[in-house]
Design a binder for this molecule. Structure first.
Ligand code: KMH
Ligand code: ZN
Length: 272
């Protein structure tokens, strides 16, 4: 199995947790530590100088260049951005030809905001990944998104490298709850042979991780999803979260994949 780290996200602020890496050099430094702790893939969001979400290609390129120079992590760019990012900016991210990108399968309430993903936009994103040879990670925030994924695959065809990889994002206020029963249902509804990981937001982080391990799933952890390490303690940095996930994985006696092994599983070209 493998661990993805999502170090930054688009919504959280340093006031909530000063450990979130926002600027490219901070993200790269945490990426290096996370790879050493056991991560194989990194899910990247960009922030501007003020620390707000940006999909500026210059910022994203700087992060990608730094991560590629200092680690072997599989690079996944977010096309989700923040709830406020425009469709055209989210689509333009693919011009950077990352190895992987996220694609969310439907619109979902996101706390008091709306994370908008109309199906024509989702389809356009997906078609572009096929043209460019990018491995999509299908983000499912709700059970309905799993059904939309199956319809998308039926309509458009298989992904660029024929690997269907999904991430179940659980516990967003407005999405599916982060608990074992829902994970069992969502996992059961995925296309046969799909690769999958799960991530629990906030308080659902540990229950989702335990349930995913029990179901032979992969894990996504990181400060995009969780800012408290325990009810009384803030997360120090992303390495701390990857360390804990790697410890649990070892306890569960599941070998961890390296980034290059994940590349091979995703049928991506090997990196020099
Ligand atoms: N920030 C969320 C609204 C993704 O990266 O593709 C969307 C998100 C999903 O984080
Ligand atoms: Zn994200």
């Amino acid at each position: 199995m493998f661990i993805t780290v999502a170090p930054t996200g688009a919504e959280s602020s340093p006031e909530q947790n000063p450990g979130i890496p926002l600027q490219p050099d901070e993200i790269v430094a945490q990426a290096i530590a996370c790879e050493a702790a056991g991560a194989a893939m990194i899910h990247i969001h960009g922030r501007d100088r003020a620390g707000l979400s940006t999909m500026d290609l210059g910022v994203l390129s700087e992060i990608v260049a730094g991560v590629e120079e200092s680690t072997r992590l599989v690079v996944q760019l977010s096309t989700g951005g923040s709830v406020d990012d425009a469709f055209e900016d989210r689509l333009r991210v693919l011009e950077l030809n990352p190895e992987s990108c996220s694609i969310t399968l439907g619109t979902v309430n996101f706390g008091s905001k709306v994370f908008s993903n109309p199906l024509p936009f989702v389809t356009e994103l997906y078609r572009e990944t096929i043209v460019r040879g990018i491995v999509p990670e299908f983000e499912c925030f709700d059970l309905g998104h799993v059904e939309s994924l199956k319809r998308l695959l039926d309509e458009v065809g298989e992904p660029a490298t024929a690997v269907v990889h999904c991430n179940l994002v659980m516990g967003v206020p407005g999405g599916m709850p982060g608990n074992a029963a829902t994970l069992v249902a969502a996992r059961g509804a995925l296309p046969a042979d799909a690769s999958w990981s799960a991530t629990g937001i906030g308080r659902s982080h540990l229950p989702v991780m335990f349930a995913a391990l029990a179901l032979d799933g992969n894990l996504r952890v990181g400060m995009e999803d969780v800012l408290k390490f325990s009810p009384t303690e803030l997360v120090r940095d992303n390495e701390q979260l990857v360390d804990r996930a790697a410890d649990l994985t070892r306890l569960a006696q599941k070998p961890l994949m390296s980034a290059d092994e994940l590349r091979a599983q995703f049928r991506l070209a090997p990196r020099d």
